[in-house]
Structures are given as C-alpha cells and as structure tokens.
Design a protein around this ligand. Structure first.
Ligand code: ADP
Ligand code: MG
Length: 692
C-alpha cells in the first residue's frame, strides 16, 4: 500500500498533493487555484447524473449515459486543420454493439487506456452521420482490477468543474478527494449566529458535501453556504468602508434651479431621461454632509460626461472646486474639450484647466497655481493630479472616469485633496447588472444609465468564418478608401501582455507586408512607451488601420473609425467585446464589428451570436452573468467573484439578507474586534481593492 503523506497546511501549494506535478499546478493556477485551500473552496459548478450502465443498443441521442465495454481500438491523432490533439477510441459491449469515443486535447488518455481494457465511460450521447453513436470527452474509468467490475468513479452523479486544456473534472475530483481530509481545518468566517439564523452549514461540511454530495439537496445547501459567506465577506468590507466615509463630513452643495437651467441651455442637446435621473440622484446626495459616493454605471456612449459636468456646475455655484481624473492622457484631453464645451458658455467665470505629465514644467506650474489660488473651478487630468504638489483651496467634488482603472489608494489620494471629504462620483463604462453592481461595489450608491442619446446608427455586428477573412479585409479597404479608419484587435494570449505584444507586432508586420501594403498602419500594445502618441496619430487620421491588443479598450472617441475587426474573438469576455465595439459607431456613419474565431467551441459561438443580436450592454451583461452562473463563461474573468456567488445573485433577496447581516454585525461590533477572522478578511479585501 502506498503511504500517503499529506501536507499539513491548507496554505501549502497544490503541488504538494499526490499526482499533481508542476504542469497540472500551472493549469490549476489558470483557474485561480494555487493552494490546497483554493482547491477545496472551488466547488463544482454543477452535477451531471449519468445513471446506471446502459447497453449501447439502447442509448438515446442527446441524453447522458454510462456505458461499460471493451476497448477495441484507441489512437492518438493530431488534427491538422484545427491544431488540436485528438484521441479516438471504439468500445464494444456485451451485446456486440459499438460506440465511438473522442477526447480533445487530452493526449494522456491514450496512455492510460489500452486495447482490450474493460472500461466504463460516461458522457452525452451524440449521433453523427460519419461516426454513428459517439461520446465526446467522456469520463472514463478502467475496470480491470476493480473488484466487482462495476464502475466506482464514473457514472451516477459526477461533478462538473471549471476546466482548462489538459484537465478533466474527474482528475480534479481525484485531487479534491485527496485534499478533503484537510477540510476540517478550514476557518469559518461566518459568525455562528449568522449561520444559525440562516440555517447555513459550517465551512468544513459545506466543502465536503459540495464536492461529494449524496443528493441534489446537499449540493444546493453547500453552494448556498459558500455563496453566502463570499458575499458576506464583501458586504462586511463595504459596510466598514461606508462607516469610515460617513465619519468625515463633506461640504453640502445647495441645489439651485437656475444652475441646472443654465447648464441645460448651454448644451447643444436635450439630456436623456437616464441622464436627468442620474443628475438628480447626484444633486440629492451632494446636498448632504455625508459625502456623496456614487457610481455612474452607464453603457459606452450613454453620455456620462454631461452628468459629471452638471455636478461640476452645481459645485461651482456653491463656490467649490472640482477635479476630474481619467486613466489616460488622451481621455483627459478629450474631457477637457467636452467640459469646456458643456460649461464655459453658460458659466463665464468657470475656468477649466488640464494637468497631465507631458505638459511643460511652466505650464504645470501655472495650472497648479490656478488650482491652489481657487481661480480655476475644474482641473481635468491624469494620475498627475494626485501628486503631492497639487493642492486646492476648496475642493468639493472629485470625479473619476473609468474608475476600475484606478485603485482605492489612488482614489483616496484624490479625495485627500479635499476640504473635509469631497463628494465623489465614479464612472464606469462597463455595464453590469444591478444586483452584481450592488454586490461588487456595495460601498457606493448606484445610478444606472441604460439609455443612449438619440440618433445613433447601431453597429452592425457579424461573426465571420476565418475562411472568409478576406471579406473582412475588403470591408476595411473599402472604408479606408472612403476616408474612414479601422481597428484590428489581436487575440488575448494567456493574459500576458508580453506575449500579446509579440503577437500584435507579428500581425502588424504581416498585415503591412501581405494584406494592406498600400495603407498606413499603426501598432499599439501595452509594452509600447509612446502609446499616447500612437493614439494621437490615430485620432488625427494619420494612421488608417490600428493594430492593437486589448489596450484600446478604454473610452477614446474616434468618430471617424467605422470598422472594429476582432481576431480570436472567442477568447474575450462578452463585456470586453462590447467595449471594443463601443470604440466604433461614434459618428453618424454606419459602423461594423467583425468577430473572427479560429476554433470556437459551441458555447463560444453562442456567446458571440449574442453579441450580434444584442446592442444593449446591460442586456449582454445579464446574459453573461447568467451563463457564468451556469458555469459556461469562457474568456477571462471580469470580476473578482466566484461563479457560485455569481449564480446566487440570480436570487436578489439573498444579497439584501447578506447586507443586513453584515450591517448588523458591524453595528454590534464596530471594527469587527470580536470577529478576528472577519476582521482579517475584510482588511485583506480593502487592501486588495487598493492595489491596481
Ligand atoms: P460615455 O462617457 O458615457 O461613454 P460620452 O459622455 O463620451 O459618453 O458621450 C458620448 C457622446 O454623446 C458625446 O459626443 C456627447 O457629446 C454625446 N451626448 C451626450 N449626451 C447626449 C444627449 N443627451 N444627446 C445627444 N448627444 C449626447
Ligand atoms: Mg466616457
């Protein structure tokens, strides 16, 4: 008998478990699993029941089944066209019927199973014209040597874990099994009283039952408990933040009718209903001494800048200065033009200045002096704003655009420039469903802008078969000939910007040499020093086709760009694709978003087709969240939340229960002194959100 030496701590690397080598550890890391604790806490996202073994002759297409048979053939193969490794096999059962099996990207299967082996497989039964009855990526188990020749691990109820290439749910289940004896050591962050009030399992039981439930009910209970705890930790951190914010008063900004009238008169357009609502929300907040802490969650192009400008106007009327911080210089410059256009005519004394690091030293000195003397009412800028030398006389309002690009620390530094605590308005162009926003940004109140200004032509979105890539290039050429511009986005590679930069460079060279020989191409990626300069030349029209990695995501306006061509579209998340699409269609002309995917899975194709049908970012985000909840998300994670917790948000009442509990605990124990685990966890959360 093998002696199993278990590592003693939950914090040990997963590699310390038997049978996990460095390769598997790397694969698990892609799923966010590095320690044994992580492995235990990552519950399966679902279960599949495969039932008792069935004769092949009575299999039904489309339903999951378990089959026992003898391996007749098994061959590893390399698919040339699709560049993937296949393992093909045939099994024959006692009745003499045969079933074909195929595994994708799991070459180890051919080493583990051999001709003549008696095996059990479990999977969905498919019927195809060429290969008859078959199963793809079935679970499998060798039965030779198994006492009663009955499958022990395959068939019946089987967990479904999130996977990356090279992993199978069954292997993960085996590793989890070897780690489960340590489940008793997991610390429970949920106070006993909360657990009792909501009939929640303790963490050890939840982990054991979540990975190996006896029935559906047990699994659901386990998930509910894990989701509750995760949301509770977040909400407790938010409750703490809200309490801290309320400690430091802001200067109230009195509402003045004539200011908003004047503001509206100076705009070249009517505010949309969503914009008006957001403005009123903010005005109401700013009238109080508890500082406003509001998140403007709006779709790309919904007109958030105008809402911020309305707030600046009101602050100015109360004699208070404002600041607007954006993540890039191009955005800051775009804001400068917009805020001036929106404000300077109606409010002649309202001076708007720019502060960015590329300005000359004397220019920056001049702007700083203007801010410090109280002469200028609004300074728009980048990170340069949070430098020590920048000061204000009476900063009453701080606005941060694309807030997810900044960390809490940077936002705090900006706030610290205020008189007391300034009112705070954060803007994000990543639409998120309301419940998710409340769960993720619970320290803020929320205004949702799910309406577009009138007169936009919807972007035509199409999934293009890679064999028809030439058609996409033709469209680019045609548009450029008509004086327009285009983006070509390169695939995301393992979330590494270095690799992405290399592949974008290669694609840029290829396009220039072989495809768009006569066009002016530009290249932009995260490793480039002069990103801003490249963007500027694109804005100026000197570059006709911009080859880019995901760095172009942030809200730059190039109204002349009409084609967004995305390579490897299946590798991006829906939200990110929607962001890319938002970069075009900003002018009146028809614009296109072309999605190319080399070898998309069925789930990926479904997601892409959603994009062709839905133009509304909020609807897309809801779909994304729903699919993720069902474990179908592909592409990178957008938010720091597990799928189990995300799925639980489908029942909105859970979140409000969690919130109440977090507030109740904080009230009875300010600072969580009597709840050390919670205290440590919330501190970690707060710190985590401050690193960016
Ligand atoms: P966001 O930052 O929310 O993506 P912007 O504030 O950049 O959107 O606005 C996008 C464009 O729409 C800008 O050119 C802006 O001037 C214009 N715009 C904003 N609100 C309206 C409106 N109510 N009617 C018409 N155009 C508007
Ligand atoms: Mg914007």
């Amino acid at each position: 008998m093998a002696i199993l030496v278990l590592p003693r701590t939950l914090d040990a690397a997963v590699e310390k478990l038997p049978d996990i080598g460095p390769t598997n550890a790397k694969r698990l890391e892609k799923l966010g699993i590095s320690t044994i604790r992580d492995l235990l806490l990552a519950l399966p996202f679902g279960w599949q029941s495969y039932g008792e073994p069935t004769p092949i002759a009575s299999l039904e297409e489309g339903s999951p089944a378990t089959v026992v048979g003898i391996v007749k053939t098994i061959n590893p193969k390399q698919s040339l066209r699709r560049r993937i490794k296949l393992t093909e096999a045939t099994i024959v059962d006692d009745s003499g019927s045969s079933l074909r099996l195929v595994w994708f990207n799991m070459p180890f299967v051919a080493k583990q199973l051999h001709k003549g082996d008696r095996i059990a497989v479990a999977g969905a039964v498919k019927l195809s014209r060429y290969s008859g009855l078959n199963m793809q990526n079935p679970h499998y188990e060798r039965l030779d040597g198994v006492e009663d020749m009955q499958p022990a691990r395959v068939g019946g109820m089987m967990p479904k874990y999130h996977l990356v290439d090279g992993l199978s749910s069954r292997r993960i289940a085996r590793w989890v099994e070897s780690a489960l004896p340590l489940a008793g050591q997991l610390e429970d962050l949920l106070p006993v009283e909360v657990r009792e009030r909501h009939h929640l399992l303790d963490v050890g039981d939840a982990v054991r039952r979540g990975h190996k439930p006896d029935n559906d009910e047990e699994y659901r209970e386990a998930r509910r408990r894990m989701a509750f705890a995760e949301l509770f930790e977040l909400q407790a951190a938010f409750a703490l933040m809200r309490a801290n914010i309320a400690l430091e008063p802001a200067t109230p900004i009195r509402y003045r009718q004539e200011v908003i009238e004047g503001f509206k008169a100076g705009l070249g357009f009517e505010l949309t209903t969503a914009q008006r609502k957001a403005v009123w929300d903010a005005y109401r907040d700013m009238e109080g001494t508890v500082p406003m802490n509001r998140l403007l969650n709006g779709d790309v192009g919904s007109g958030k800048t105008a809402v911020a400008a309305a707030c600046v106007a009101m602050a100015h009327a109360s004699g208070l200065q404002s600041v607007v911080m954006a993540p890039t210089e191009i955005l800051a410059r775009q804001h400068l033009r917009r805020f001036r256009a929106y404000l300077e005519d109606s409010f002649p004394g309202l001076t708007v200045e720019l502060l960015v690091s590329s300005q000359s030293a004397p220019e920056r000195r001049r702007v700083r002096a203007s801010a410090a003397s109280g002469h200028c009412a609004l300074v728009v800028g980048t990170h340069a704003l949070i430098e020590d030398e920048v000061g204000f006389v009476n900063l009453g309002l701080a606005v941060v655009d694309e807030q997810h690009r900044f960390g809490t620390r940077q936002r705090e530094l900006l706030r610290a420039k205020g008189l007391g605590r300034p009112h705070f308005l954060a803007m994000t162009a990543t639409p998120i469903p309301r419940t998710l926003a409340l769960a993720l940004y619970g320290e803020m109140t929320l205004s949702t802008m799910d309406q577009m200004p009138p007169g936009r032509t919807p972007v035509e979105t199409e999934v293009i078969d890679p064999d028809n890539r030439a058609r996409a290039y033709d469209l680019v050429r045609k548009e450029v000939a008509a004086g327009r511009q285009a983006f070509v986005i390169c695939p995301l590679i393992d979330e590494s910007e270095t690799l992405a930069a290399r592949s974008a460079t290669a694609e840029f060279e290829r396009l220039q040499k072989d495809v768009f020989t006569d066009l002016k191409l530009g290249l932009i990626h995260g490793r480039l020093k002069d990103k801003e300069q490249v963007m500027q030349s694109f804005v100026a029209g000197e570059i006709q086709v911009l080859v880019a990695t995901a760095v172009v995501e942030v809200g730059v306006d190039v109204p002349n760009a009409t084609v967004m061509m995305i390579e490897g579209a299946d590798r991006f998340g829906l939200a990110q694709l929607h962001q890319f699409r938002g970069r075009v269609g900003r002018g009146a002309a028809q614009a296109w978003c072309l999605l190319l995917a080399d070898d998309p899975s069925e789930a990926a194709l479904n997601r892409l087709s959603l994009l062709t049908r839905l133009g509304d970012g909020f609807k897309l985000a809801e779909e994304d969240m729903r699919m993720r909840g069902m474990g179908e998300l592909m592409g990178p994670r957008q938010h720091g939340m597990s799928d189990v917790a995300m799925a639980s948000l489908q029942q909105p009442e859970l979140l409000s229960e969690v919130r109440q509990e977090a507030e109740r605990i904080l009230e009875s124990d300010p600072g969580f002194e009597n709840h050390p685990l919670l205290k440590a966890a919330t501190a970690r959360r707060l710190e985590l959100t401050s690193i960016s």
